[in-house]
Design a protein around this ligand. Structure first.
Ligand code: AMP
Ligand code: FE
Ligand code: FE
Ligand code: ZN
Length: 274
């Protein structure tokens, strides 16, 4: 069985620029066998992706990338094989999305104090047709579209990044709580891009609390980071996953889909042996 997989892709259901259907089409053209849609705090794209994959040579794993915070640091938790209809899970997403919207309002207020006028509508217009998972990339794109700034990177560096003057904290779920939400919904919890500033100590703590895997392969992981994470995964008995973290064409980092692939058999074996 070929299981060449890109297990980290964003669609218009959060801050990606491609629809779930388009992502599945591109994945098939690229010869990928497995993909997972992992939108930020949203599973709104999952059903469309599953539908698009019917009759194609691509298998879609239902996924999500949940936001968490530990000691003032953003942590992203991937959930695979999630039962997206689970009630506690849906309530968790609903709460995150409401907070996201409030936070966007607050950030628009802070931008306005600096003479950068943006309407909520401008930001919502940057989101996909129906996503409620609105975030800083949407603000940044709206600012560029209105000519307030030249680039999304500039918007993050000067206004929206953590520590910048218009940054507002999102919410305060601890990763251990989020692992519980994912597991309760039948999902497999995998720490996203742990090479971007997560300590071995925290990974060990999360592994003891029910974390099942770590995303060893990621577009922003240098080779030495991959080696460190592979050793840690072996030591802690964690499943190794990976993905491109594609946000679509015209997004900040370009079309990454399929640029990082893994063999998904380890994840499948783990999920079905539970
Ligand atoms: P939010 O979930 O609203 O806090 O926004 C986080 C998202 O913003 C990340 O998932 C990235 O897609 C994007 N992002 C974070 N930092 C940057 C940056 N410096 N430049 C461009 N995009 C970024
Ligand atoms: Fe993102
Ligand atoms: Fe992430
Ligand atoms: Zn991501």
């Amino acid at each position: 069985m070929d299981a060449t997989a890109d297990l980290h892709i964003h669609s218009t259901a959060s801050d990606g620029t491609l629809s779930p259907t388009r992502i599945v089409e591109i994945a098939e053209e690229l010869g990928l066998s497995v993909i997972s849609l992992t939108d930020h705090d949203s599973v709104d794209g999952v059903e469309e992706a599953l539908r698009a994959a019917r009759g194609r040579r691509v298998t879609v794993i239902p996924g999500v990338e949940l936001s968490c915070v530990r000691e003032g640091r953003d942590i992203h938790m991937l959930g695979y094989f999630i039962n997206w209809r689970n009630e506690r899970f849906r309530a968790h997403l609903g709460e995150l999305q409401r907070m996201r919207l409030e936070r966007i309002r607050a950030m628009i207020g802070l931008l306005s104090e600096r003479g950068l006028e943006l309407a909520l509508e401008d930001v919502l217009n940057e989101t996909g047709h129906r996503t409620t998972s609105v975030g800083r990339p949407h603000i940044a794109r709206a600012m560029v579209r209105k000519g307030l700034l030249h680039s999304v990177e500039d918007a993050f560096a000067r206004y929206l990044g953590r520590g910048a003057p218009c940054f507002v904290e999102k919410y305060v779920h601890d990763p251990i709580e989020v692992i519980g939400v994912i597991r309760e919904a039948g999902g497999v919890a995998v720490l996203a891009h742990p090479g971007l500033g997560i300590s071995d100590g925290l990974i060990e703590e999360l592994a003891a609390a029910g974390l099942s895997g770590i995303e060893v392969y990621h577009s922003d992981h240098a080779p030495e980071v991959v080696r460190r994470l592979l050793r840690l995964a072996r030591k802690l008995g964690l499943v190794v996953t990976g993905g491109s973290d594609c946000h679509g064409v015209g997004s900040e980092k370009g079309l990454r889909i399929g640029s990082v692939v893994v063999d998904a058999r380890a994840l499948f074996a783990y999920a079905y042996d539970r």
